[in-house]
Design a binder for this molecule. Structure first.
Ligand SMILES: Nc1ncnc2c1ncn2[C@@H]1O[C@H](COP(=O)(O)OP(=O)(O)O)[C@@H](O)[C@H]1O
Ligand SMILES: [Mg+2]
Length: 242
């Protein structure tokens, strides 16, 4: 199936584009009990803030969703892929259905903005024609069409994070997952990044954002899932609405 951008999409198991965690527990090898029974559903097209104090298990949830780690018990289903039953062959398809953004940007310093994006597209086998069509579209979306030939160190922190967002989007994922994307940015830049993620969500991509910035979260009227000591202790609109 091809979308508006002419980009190939894999048909997922049942076409599902839902994130579902059911009774998920995670005990790390050293005995740390990071998640103590998490049940959470994120529907196609939602925008969700995942908040909570340091050490509450937010990044552990993100790592479960990306397939980086497995739960000790319970079920994790992402975009039709069951993470506890996924085969090695399916992992690249799962990874392609999600775009991940980190606090520290993780751009390739020796490559230009354009090359960072084309590299991510070639990695999933995109054709030169698709690459040529898609990159200007995503650069425009993040407001960096003038910066294609710059290197990461020539950009501000906010611009680098926008490149990382463009890279996360370039393979047209169903879901964007961001772990503390504004952790290295000043308040004005942070607000810009959150607004951009909001716009991406309005264009149809599910967005899950981890942050502990209460004031920032409360500027948006969005679903907030609160995590404390490995348990969900709140789920509603606004950080303080518990
Ligand atoms: N690889 C690991 N090995 C052992 N313990 C870990 C590991 N990663 C995280 N933890 C622990 O699991 C708990 C939850 O961590 P994390 O999910 O990173 O929390 P958050 O992102 O909310 O700060 C913490 O107690 C942390 O120290
Ligand atoms: Mg974390």
């Amino acid at each position: 199936m091809r979308d508006k951008q002419g980009f190939f999409r894999e048909e997922k198991e049942g076409g599902a584009r839902v994130i579902r965690l059911k009774d998920v527990e995670k005990e790390y090898e050293n005995g740390t009990y990071a998640l103590r029974g998490i049940t959470l559903t994120i529907e196609d097209g939602e925008f969700v803030f995942l908040v909570g104090p340091s050490g509450s298990g937010k990044s552990t949830i993100i790592k479960l969703l990306t397939g980086e780690i497995l739960p000790s018990s319970g079920r994790v289903v992402v975009n039709g892929f069951s993470l506890t039953k996924i085969s090695d062959r399916q992992i690249p398809l799962l990874r392609r259905s999600i775009g991940v953004i980190f606090q520290d940007f993780r751009l390739i310093e020796k490559k230009t903005v354009y090359e960072n994006l084309s590299f991510a597209m070639r990695a999933v086998g995109a054709t030169p024609r698709t690459i040529k069509n898609r990159i200007p579209y995503v650069l425009k979306l993040v407001g960096l069409e003038e910066k294609a030939d710059q290197y990461p160190h020539e950009l501000s922190g906010g611009e680098q994070q926008r490149v990382a967002i463009a890279r996360a989007l370039v393979n047209n994922p169903y879901t964007i997952i961001a772990d503390e994307p504004t952790g290295n940015l000043d308040p004005a830049r942070s607000l810009e990044i959150m607004r951009l993620l909001g716009r991406i969500n309005e264009l149809g991509t599910t967005v899950v954002v981890v942050t502990h910035e209460r004031d920032l979260v409360n500027r948006f009227h969005k679903r907030v899932v609160l995590l404390e000591q490995g348990l969900i202790t709140g789920d509603g609109v606004g950080y303080d609405a518990k």
